[in-house]
Ligand binder design. Structure first.
Ligand code: AMP
Length: 418
């Protein structure tokens, strides 16, 4: 079932959203993008004449805590929806059930933070540090048992289940995956945001228009190994940038000064180079770097070949030659995936490379390429540089997107498709 096909008139709908928004010390929302991203789904249900029960998590509470209460976002949600949203102080208690049962078409109920209950994640809490393996196993078994009741109760509030929380799609939690089994195929579906995310991932993993270029940046190769391995059997070109560059350079015998490097991953880097060759992938590595004499925006800087970095200096961004090489490959591509900055983009003096990559992606997109940016800091990059509207899709999912491009099946997606 798709959300567009379904008429929600007279139905109560449990919508799992990701309203895990950042709050300042006075509980003001500092970035409401995640809330805005769910509005099309919520508005469609209300416009059809359905009523909505919203479930979300906020932060990582270890139990009920005012700091993590979703009541802090209630007013803003009401403003965004143009509807006075009701609130249940506890997602499980009598109050939630009564309020859900009394909902009329066009009304909205926000449940308190689902993670106030350990059952949401299905992980035991409060175990003593010196707990034995047996005690740990027993606690795990107990929480898995009570998780069934918890999930069933959440499901009992509604006639339909809509998952619009891509940010948690890689977690098999009660409200993101397990709840789906209480609804038949015709009464569970993705929200619009999930639909867009799933389609975007499909375009870079399955429905590929060639040439396909992936740009992998960020700090460490160790956190990207599985992605790189999965992409090697899909891409035509793989651009390696960011901090992980120096592990490759050192592995190939270059001098990297004090650049960030994972010495225990040198063999792995060489192995990835070998695999790329075997698979006929054009592996595009950095040739020159913008180097600094300290890890600071105000450091002295100069450009040099990436394998001739003097002692005491470190590479904090790519150099102009590399920018040109990367841009050339990117502009010829028809499918582009960008994950991770080319340098320490948080320092204004080391943003040039990431900006150049972003601009090349925008140009390729203008020429008909499909471009997906996601998985953490590259999203911050395109936003910082004002380039977000020029790419095809900016993912809202950090870890979820990374796991999807690692080739893993996401429980939140599987639960709807089953
Ligand atoms: P990741 O979370 O793995 O995508 O890494 C993003 C982080 O990598 C950002 O905070 C960047 O500042 C950092 N980064 C990128 N290039 C470098 C570099 N050459 N040296 C140190 N950190 C870097």
């Amino acid at each position: 079932m798709t959300i567009d096909q379904f008429n929600f008139a007279g139905k109560k709908v449990f919508v799992r959203v990701d309203f895990n928004v950042p709050l300042d010390e006075n509980f003001n929302i500092t970035d409401d993008n995640r809330m805005r991203a769910a509005l099309p789904t919520l508005k469609k249900i209300l416009a059809d004449g359905g009523s909505v029960i919203i479930g979300s998590h906020l932060g990582r509470p270890k139990g009920p805590a005012d700091k993590f209460s979703l009541k802090h976002i209630l007013k803003h949600l009401s403003d965004l929806l143009g509807v006075e949203v009701q609130f249940a102080n506890d997602c499980m208690g009598e109050e939630a059930a009564v309020k859900a049962a009394a909902l009329q078409p066009g009304e909205v109920l926000l449940l308190e933070n689902l993670r106030f209950y350990a059952e949401e994640e299905g992980k035991p809490r409060g175990l003593a540090e010196d707990a034995t393996d047996e005690e740990k196993a027993a606690a795990k078994k107990a929480v898995k048992e009570s998780q069934k009741e918890f999930t069933k109760k959440l499901a009992s509030y509604a006639d339909c289940y809509v998952n619009d929380a891509f940010g948690t799609a890689h977690r098999a939690h009660a409200s993101t995956a397990l709840i789906a089994k209480y609804f038949d195929k015709d009464h569970k579906m993705f929200g619009y945001l999930m639909e867009k995310e799933v389609k975007a991932v499909d375009k870079v993993l399955n429905d590929i228009k060639r040439p396909f270029t992936a740009i992998m940046g960020g700090s460490k190769v160790s956190s990207k190994i599985e992605i790189i391995e999965n992409l090697l059997s899909k891409v035509d070109s793989l651009i390696i940038a960011g901090g992980m560059t120096y592990t490759f350079t050192k592995a190939m015998g270059g001098k990297i000064g004090i650049s960030i490097c994972e010495d225990d991953k040198l063999d792995l880097a060489l192995d990835l180079v070998k695999k790329a060759k075997e698979k006929g992938v054009n592996l595009v590595l950095t040739v020159d770097a913008k180097i600094a004499d300290s890890f600071s925006n105000d450091a002295n800087t100069k450009f040099c070949p990436v394998d001739e970095i003097p002692d005491g200096w470190e590479g904090l961004d790519i150099g102009p030659k590399t920018e040109e090489i990367f841009a050339d490959v990117i502009k010829k591509s028809k499918t582009i995936l960008w994950n991770g900055p080319t340098g320490v983009f948080e320092f204004d003096n080391f943003t040039h490379g990431s900006r150049a990559v972003g601009k090349a992606i925008v140009e390729a997109t203008k020429n008909g390429a499909f471009s997906l940016v996601g998985g953490g800091d590259s999203v911050a990059c395109v936003n910082k540089f004002g380039l977000a509207s020029g790419v095809s899709y900016v993912s809202t999912g950090g870890g979820a997107l990374l796991e999807a491009i690692e080739g893993k099946i996401l429980p939140g997606i599987a639960a709807i498709n089953e």
